[in-house]
Write a protein that binds this ligand. Structure first.
Ligand SMILES: [Zn+2]
Length: 302
């Protein structure tokens, strides 16, 4: 399942090709991956979109891409029309970029649910020589747990991301302490709750708690301010390293050009239950917290 590092790695790989590019066509092959259900609520009654919805237009046909963004595991594309497209990768989703003249075999082609055709705009950041005849961006998702959500304003985006906690890649000590102060649940469970902190998956939670020396069953709101700062620092560092490496949770992760992540990150505790702690050689404990396997060192994380 793509975690924050895979999503951010993907965002960075597509960003130079999207920013400034003009969307000349949008092909929607499976309309059920596109969510526009809340559009009426976002739009004043006088401006309700005509039915049936013009999905290619809602998805950016005739607009250019202004910027990409991310919060937790969600990526956003800001369009010149004012719309914002949220891309959620779910279990198996990804974005692919390739030349428009590149032929795809049936297997490669069949799970591409939305395909944007792009060309270099006057403000494009992509290198002039590459892909100059145009390129396409595909949202591919064999299991279809992901999808594209269309929002029509910055306010709608603030609302959409407002239900999530602070972004884990940039969370500071004070913000993490504030987020954790609202819950008595075990710290491990709180870290996995996207409403408390956006973007920390099981592996990164275990690794960060180990490095910070915090027992996974400590009550989240019992952490000292200093401990929250230490934990935030380790979360940021672990995620930042994983972003550069293209993530570490997926054996088959590919960036937008089909290249695999550069290296699997080595884990100090994740997947090592019953083995000796790399720091103190105590046997690592393994417990279950909110149905997720949790590995920790009883001595380093009292
Ligand atoms: Zn230890």
């Amino acid at each position: 399942m793509p975690e924050l590092p895979e999503v951010e790695h993907l965002r960075r790989s597509v960003d130079p090709w999207l920013c400034g590019a003009e969307i000349t066509a949008v092909e929607v092959r499976r309309a059920d991956v596109v969510c526009v259900a809340n559009l009426d609520a976002q739009t004043p009654a006088s401006q309700h979109a005509p039915t049936p919805l013009d999905l290619p237009q809602l998805l950016g046909r005739g607009s250019s891409v202004l910027a990409t963004d991310r919060h937790g595991k969600q990526m956003a594309m800001r369009l010149s029309s004012g719309s914002i497209l949220i891309v959620q990768l779910g279990m198996t989703g990804t974005l692919r970029l390739e030349r428009t003249d590149q032929q795809l075999d049936h297997t490669e082609s069949k799970h591409r649910h939305v395909v944007w055709t792009l060309r270099r705009g006057s403000h494009a950041t992509a290198p002039k020589t590459a892909l100059q005849d145009g390129w396409r961006l595909s949202f591919r998702d064999p299991r279809r747990f992901g999808g594209i959500t269309v929002l029509n304003s910055e306010e709608a985006l603030s609302k959409h991301w407002g239900v999530l906690g602070p972004d884990a890649l940039s969370v500071g000590g004070a913000a993490l302490a504030a987020a954790l102060s609202s819950t008595k649940r075990p710290i491990k469970a709180a870290l996995l709750d996207q409403g408390v902190l956006a973007g920390v998956g099981n592996i990164y939670a275990d690794e960060a708690l180990f490095r910070a020396g915090i027992h996974p069953l400590r009550a989240a709101n019992a952490l000292q301010r200093r401990e929250a700062s230490t934990l935030a620092r380790h979360i940021r560092a672990i995620l930042a390293k994983a972003v550069v490496q293209g993530g570490s949770t997926l054996r088959d992760y590919r960036d937008a050009f089909g290249a695999s992540g550069s290296a699997r990150q080595s884990h100090a505790v994740y997947g090592r239950g019953g083995q000796p702690c790399l720091v103190c050689e105590e046997t690592l404990g393994q417990i279950t917290v909110t149905a997720r396997t949790t590995v920790f060192c009883p001595r380093c994380q009292p």
